[in-house]
Design a protein around this ligand. Structure first.
Ligand code: CAA
Ligand code: FAD
Length: 379
């Protein structure tokens, strides 16, 4: 057993940390305040090869592994969780299903554009009446000649509006329940595809979350991903890896909050000594650091399993569950270590706390992760 990162993974971490601290962190608070997505940051990620980390070079990627991908999301989220989820949704939710289920033409076109960062990706499963119960979706795709006609609404879509390529799930056979769901690759600009409400959110405010509207939207059958009726399997298996991306996001947020709290506890003096000299504070930091490390081990383990071609669905649900809950506890404690200052926008810990909350909700709430893990243990 070897817990050492490889030289390549260490180099990648250093490169991403430099990028995150120099190009992402300086505007993170301002973008959060203004709810502003910055495409230039995504373009810079593309220049660095981050938009195609795990894909082979023939599809525009850099051929690294899934641990490297997690390190990227972690390091970005350590300074800006919105930027972390932009990459996570792009890579594991929009690109992965094309890599896994796409035909050669779809990989050479859509995946290549995503991997090189020419295009930004999004994944559209949720609907107003269908969140945790994803199979109960209402969006319809009706076959007409060589096309499918899409009608319905998707909500909460990360990168919605700014993304160029969307993986959209719709019912091709409503009578068949989850076996009647199919997956489509839909490009921005397609007639009948527009954007609705952009959500105003508690956290990850510089990551746009937007409604998608399909009104008689005509999709060529070449854009069917996998086979008709295979959509729910595609959606679920995509989430197996996506959930570990969210674990990496939670891990990064927690590490950022811990680093900030530890620095502050050494500097801030009360009663004539640094507050870190009180066991009440140093024990808090010790618990936070232990939970960060446990999150990291679970997250890297799930990513390693995926890279090794082993089963990783349960490991991903566990990493997302643990790291998400831990990030919420750790960021709340970080605000506590900062006292009143932590409650203000003068320091980043209130943003970390707001951002952490979403990691318990999206890509399946943590109740759904428990359901997934429980079913796997007892099936
Ligand atoms: N891989 C492949 N197939 C899978 C699977 C997986 N991980 N999980 C389930 N399936 C298959 C099952 O084998 C079954 O197939 P058969 O009928 O052929 O046997 C079929 O799917 C139905 O399975 P279930 O009976 O378990 O389905 P269910 O309706 O009970 O739902 C659920 C299961 C786990 C609750 C699922 O609905 C779910 O994951 N809900 C949460 C939705 C979610 O996570 N949404 C995230 C949206 S993306 C997002 O949020 C983006 C972001 O953060 C940036
Ligand atoms: P509901 O399903 O209505 O759940 C409400 C509550 O009931 C939750 O606490 C839930 O855990 C609980 N609950 C429901 N069923 C059970 C059960 N069986 N057992 C125990 N408890 C249960 N979706 C996409 O498709 N693509 C995206 O890119 C995307 N990005 C998102 C970004 C943001 C910022 C947000 C907020 C959401 C995003 N989502 C996205 C949607 C997200 O995945 C859903 O919000 C999530 O799956 C929960 O669905 P819901 O909000 O409808 O809650």
């Amino acid at each position: 057993m070897n817990f050492q990162l490889t030289e390549e993974q260490e180099m990648l971490r250093k490169m991403i940390r430099d990028f995150a601290e120099n190009d992402v962190e300086p505007t993170a608070a301002e973008r959060d305040e203004e709810e502003r997505f910055d495409r230039a940051i995504f373009d810079k990620m593309a220049e660095l090869g981050l938009t195609g980390i795990p894909w082979p070079e023939e599809y525009g990627g850099i051929g690294a592994d899934f641990v490297s991908y997690c390190i990227a999301v972690e390091e970005l989220s350590r300074v800006c969780a919105s930027t972390g989820v932009t990459l996570s949704a792009h890579l594991s939710l929009a690109s992965w299903p094309i890599y896994q289920y796409g035909n050669e033409t779809q990989k050479k076109t859509f995946l290549h554009r995503l991997a090189t960062g020419e295009a930004l990706g999004a994944y559209a499963l949720s609907e107003p009446g269908s969140g945790s119960d994803a199979a109960s979706m209402k969006t319809i795709a009706k076959k007409e000649g060589n096309d499918y006609i899409l009608n319905g609404n998707k909500v909460w879509i990360t990168n919605g509006g700014v993304a160029d390529i969307y993986i959209v799930f719709a019912m091709t056979d409503p009578e068949a329940g989850h076996k009647g769901i199919s997956a489509f690759i839909v490009e921005k600009g397609t007639d009948g595809f527009t954007f609705g409400k952009k959500e105003k959110k508690l956290g990850i405010r510089s990551s746009p979350t937007t409604e998608l509207i399909f009104e008689n939207c005509r999709i060529p059958q070449e854009n069917l991903l996998g086979e008709e009726g295979q959509g729910f399997k595609i959606a679920m298996s995509t989430l197996d890896g996506g959930r570990n991306g969210i674990a990496a996001q939670a891990l990064g947020i927690a590490q950022g909050a811990l680093d900030a709290a530890a620095d502050y506890a050494k500097e801030r003096e009360q009663f004539g000594k640094p507050i870190a000299a009180n066991q009440g504070i140093s024990f808090k930091l010790a618990d936070m650091a232990t939970e960060v490390e446990a999150s990291r081990l679970l997250t890297y383990q799930a990513a390693w399993l995926e890279s090794e071609g082993q089963s990783y669905g349960k490991a991903s649900a566990m990493s997302k569950l643990f790291a998400g809950d831990a990030a919420m506890r750790i960021t709340t404690e970080a605000v506590q270590v900062f006292g009143g200052y932590g409650y203000t926008k003068d320091y980043p810990v209130e943003r970390y706390m707001r951002d952490a909350k979403i990691t318990q909700i999206y890509e399946g709430t943590n109740e759904i992760q428990r359901l997934v893990i429980g079913r796997m243990l007892t099936k």
